[in-house]
Design a protein around this ligand. Structure first.
Ligand code: SF4
Length: 337
């Protein structure tokens, strides 16, 4: 495979086929960094509203750094992986204090929430650094063009693909365009189940295309580990339309968000369920690595509550609710109709 031809095909294709995305019109570090954080683990269609909402609320690094964490989390509400929002906010404060953006991937990597992929994306797009970005889309394209059929979850396979892209990017005229092109090709053409090979600029060079392999057979991805199951019992107390909420610590799911005070049990049902509380909702909520069984109990008064409360708990008005996990937001919306 000719690496120079491969890289040029990607760059040329990208320049004429790239999607019109807001940060591409003006690829300043702040906008590109914000986009890279929002779109980690998030599809473009789902994240665009969030990106725009955050940019409108915080048009500059300084405005983001000076915001309250609760404000950032509220704008992030519903997008999941809340550590991204907390790290974005922390990193903004560090950058604002430093007074400038880093210009190399190695420097970006020192910031909270910035991993090798994000650092490489920002440094190549904003500063032209010759460094490879490898995300899930790139993994798929390279696995197919180079016919790598081993399990894509294996670290040896990830290393093999990273090393191939490290080599390919050195043949690019513009590493930022090459990286974005390879990711874009994976996202829009070389899709997981139905690659559109007849529209692909790599068709001539693609080993998968010229093989008899069934569509979808490469890359091979083993099944993920079973989700951990948890049982969370929330206690609902309201006063007129104020609701008692508790801000979560950052060392667990939904860190920094507000929840109804809660207890966790190992059993399917909360063992202490004859205190007179009424079970008003029971459901499950899936996170990437956890299956949450949640139960919402109506309590009469907090003197009756089984949960020890602290300075992070208080009554909050219905129209001033802070960021909440999706199941609780939905529950409270049902209560306040
Ligand atoms: S030719 Fe088909 S399988 Fe190969 S990279 Fe292009 S879209 Fe993917």
């Amino acid at each position: 495979m000719n690496a120079r031809v491969f890289s040029q095909n990607i760059e040329n294709w990208y320049l004429t086929n790239k999607r019109d995305l807001p940060w591409r019109q003006n690829p300043q570090p702040y906008r590109v960094w914000l986009a890279e954080i929002v779109f980690q683990q998030t599809q473009i269609a789902q994240g665009l509203t969030y990106y725009q909402r955050l940019l409108n609320a915080f048009p500059t690094l300084q405005s983001l750094a000076n915001a309250e964490q609760d404000e950032v989390l509220k704008l992030w509400e519903g997008l999941g992986y809340y550590s991204r929002a907390r790290n974005l906010h922390r990193a903004a404060q560090i950058l604002n204090e430093a007074g400038h953006f880093p210009i190399s991937a190695a420097e970006w990597l020192k910031l909270p929430g910035v991993g090798p992929y994000t650092a490489a994306a920002i440094a190549s797009v904003c500063y032209g650094e010759c460094i490879a970005c490898v995300d899930g889309n790139v993994m798929r394209v390279i696995a197919r063009t180079h016919f790598i059929s081993d399990d894509i979850r294996k670290s040896s396979v990830v290393k093999q693909i990273q090393s191939l892209v490290n080599e390919l990017v050195t043949h690019a005229d513009d590493p930022g365009n090459f990286n974005q092109g390879l990711m874009e090709l994976g996202a829009t053409i070389c899709k997981p189940k139905s690659p559109q090979c007849n529209r692909c600029p790599l068709q001539n060079q693609c080993t998968f295309y010229h093989s008899d392999a069934l569509p979808g057979s490469v890359p091979f991805k083993s099944k993920p580990q079973k989700r951990k199951e948890r049982h969370l019992h929330f206690f609902y107390a309201s006063q007129s339309k104020d609701v008692f909420l508790h801000k979560r610590k950052e060392d667990d799911i939904w860190g920094g968000l507000y929840v109804l005070p809660l207890m966790e049990s190992t059993d399917k049902e909360w063992p202490d369920n004859n205190r007179g509380y009424k079970l008003i909702k029971k459901n499950t909520h899936l996170l990437t690595h956890q299956k949450i069984h949640y139960y919402i109990w109506d309590v009469v008064s907090w003197s009756d509550s089984p949960v020890a409360l602290d300075n992070f708990s208080r009554f909050i008005k219905e129209d001033q609710l802070p960021a909440l996990p999706r199941p609780l937001k939905q529950f409270l919306e049902e209560q306040f109709v």
